[in-house]
Design a protein around this ligand. Structure first.
Ligand SMILES: [Zn+2]
Length: 275
């Protein structure tokens, strides 16, 4: 379809239009450039018919330009575009929602962790307080346990330690009415609680410092052998049992197995003699 003497391949390759009337086989006075300026492409001239392929290209170009400039988009295309946008928006929303959820989860976990940490700190502080209170109470209890108190509140010393009636009196005789309470001097362990010949009802207590103290002639015994007693705890009552001439407490103190004068011992531990 494209050839030098038939249809040109391109509109601008159209050969010069030469009138058969003026054709002389040579230039006829007009400059060649003027000739060219006057020349009009055949494709733009009235009545020119483009070959099919070229015409189709022009039509497509014209149609495309027209669509780009002013033609509305087809409804189907607009709808699919809207759906795409909506889908993208939904994806974005989901992503934002997921992120928010993850942030919230992290926040909750952080709060829970913080809560657990604070609870543990509180528990630790509480344990420390209780331990400190327990240690203080134990120290106070030990201090209380090691204090010394009188064996009897009211007494009259009727016999001292030492020689008496041609023999040796191994303790103090503290006269008091029968039924007067007798107390443990400090924290100790009951070694004996029962009848013993001339001592009548007798209680022997070994205290925490190693000293042993006897209570004799008791009308009643309130403790048992092996029992732990604390300062001021009642061990029995004053009586007149055994080899006794009148209601009184026979009171002996033994240190390292030897009988000693109770008076200086009690003075040493802070127990005041006398009323
Ligand atoms: Zn005595």
């Amino acid at each position: 379809m494209c050839g030098p003497r038939q249809v040109p391949c391109h509109p601008y390759e159209v050969p010069p239009v030469v009138s058969s009337r003026s054709y002389t086989g040579r230039h006829v006075g007009r400059h060649r450039s003027q000739q060219r300026r006057a020349r009009v492409p055949r494709a733009l001239s009235p009545g020119f018919v483009l070959p099919t392929s070229a015409a189709a290209a022009l039509v497509v170009t014209a149609t495309g330009a027209s669509m780009a400039e002013s033609a509305p988009q087809p409804l189907e295309f607009a709808s699919s575009q809207t759906a795409l946008v909506r889908s993208q928006q939904a994806a974005d929303d989901q992503l934002a929602s997921d992120l928010a959820a993850r942030r919230q989860d992290a926040s909750i976990q952080s709060a829970a962790f913080q809560g657990r940490t604070e609870a543990q700190a509180r528990a630790a502080r509480s344990a420390q307080r209780k331990a400190a209170a327990a240690a203080k109470a134990k120290a106070e209890a030990e201090k209380r346990a090691k204090k010394w108190v009188r064996p009897i509140h009211i007494w009259n010393i009727t016999s001292g330690f030492g020689a008496r009636w041609g023999t040796h009196h191994d303790g103090l005789d503290l006269a008091a009415p029968t039924g007067t309470p007798l107390y443990a001097l400090s924290k100790g362990t009951v070694l004996k609680a029962g009848w013993e010949d001339s001592f009548g009802n007798k209680v022997a207590v070994q205290y925490w410092d190693g000293s042993v103290i006897w209570y004799g002639h008791m009308s009643r015994i309130d403790v048992q052998a092996g029992e732990t007693v604390l300062p001021g705890e009642q061990v029995g009552l004053v009586g007149n049992t055994g080899h006794s001439f009148g209601s009184h407490l026979h009171f002996e103190v033994q240190v390292n197995g030897e009988n000693i004068d109770p008076a200086p011992f009690m003075a040493e531990v802070g127990i005041q003699l006398g009323q």
